[in-house]
Design a protein around this ligand. Structure first.
Ligand code: COA
Length: 173
């Protein structure tokens, strides 16, 4: 597996990331979308992340297996002036055909290293309450739950908890 830290030109990233996210969401992945995101939506998302990476406000990691994009994730520094030392880890995603092979762990570990090196103080994330694979992964890397909104995430008629987690690098995280 190769882990790229520098974002590729976004035009090359968009297509494989869009395909992977659309497949995951169609399969029910808890990534914040109910319907698969459109190509334009993914283009705009990656554009925002790549711009933020260029000014030191984000890190993006992409995983390749045999030259094929199989995972990605990023963190973004908070925009609110009083929250600027902190960042939010978002949209960690591994292609379902490649689950369980250590790619999610490698991506998250690399993003934590990037956050430490960037001087991020607290890294936050949120996950859907039934997303056991993701929550186990985050807990194993030191994230702790600091709050929960019961039955907050709406997918059709279903409701799931929204779980908030944090890793505080100032306290040895
Ligand atoms: C969550 C996700 C990124 C994990 O990626 P992955 O490459 O399959 O995970 P890894 O193989 O690196 O496993 C890392 C850890 O995750 C946990 N995990 C992974 N799959 C699991 C499963 N089916 N059940 C329980 N825990 C699981 C384990 O703690 C595992 O550690 P271990 O291998 O030491 O037991 C992946 O399942 C995914 O893309 N899911 C859909 C999108 C998503 O939910 N993203 C997170 C949004 S918050």
């Amino acid at each position: 597996m190769d882990l790229a830290s520098e974002p590729e030109p976004k035009v090359q990233l968009t297509e494989p990331v869009h395909r992977m996210l659309a497949r995951l969401v169609r399969g029910g992945a808890a990534l914040g979308w109910v319907e698969a995101p459109s190509r334009d939506e993914v283009t705009a998302l990656l554009g925002d992340v790549v711009s933020a990476v260029r000014c030191g406000d984000a890190a993006l990691r992409v995983a390749y297996l045999g030259g094929r994009l199989v995972g990605f994730g990023y963190w973004l520094r908070y925009g609110r002036p009083t929250h600027r030392p902190h960042a939010d880890l978002e949209r960690l995603a591994v292609d379902s055909a490649a689950h369980g092979r250590g790619i999610g762990r490698a991506l998250t570990t690399a993003l934590l290293t990037d956050a430490r090196e960037a001087g991020i103080e607290v890294l936050t994330l949120d996950a859907r309450g039934d997303n056991t694979p993701a929550l186990r992964l985050y807990q194993s890397l030191g994230f702790t739950e600091y709050g929960r909104l019961p039955d907050f995430v709406a997918v059709g008629e279903h409701r799931y908890d929204k779980v908030f987690c944090m890793l505080d690098f100032r306290r040895g995280g």
